[in-house]
Design a protein around this ligand. Structure first.
Ligand code: TRP
Length: 71
């Protein structure tokens, strides 16, 4: 896989925001669930193991494509 140096940032706007990593490849499965409480920030990358991320709950998500808030 080519090197991915981009990071994305997720800031929880409420308690109990879930950041769920989904596996890369033909089998798309949850492989990690990280719970963030209000004000907590997660800085992460897409990797060899992670090709998609699902965010549940109120959070600000910043990526190189822009910033989005889900309510
Ligand atoms: N072990 C995972 C990986 O290297 C860690 C990880 C990276 C992750 N990015 C993520 C987990 C995004 C959840 C969401 O792929």
């Amino acid at each position: 896989m080519s090197q991915n140096t981009d990071f994305f940032v997720i800031k929880a706007l409420e308690d109990g925001v879930n950041v769920i990593g989904l596996t890369r490849g033909s089998d798309t499965k949850f492989h990690h669930s990280e719970k963030l409480d209000k004000g907590e920030i997660m800085i992460a990358q897409f990797t060899e193991h992670t090709s998609a991320v699902k965010v549940r709950g109120k959070a600000v998500i910043q990526t190189s494509h822009g910033e989005i808030t889900n309510n």
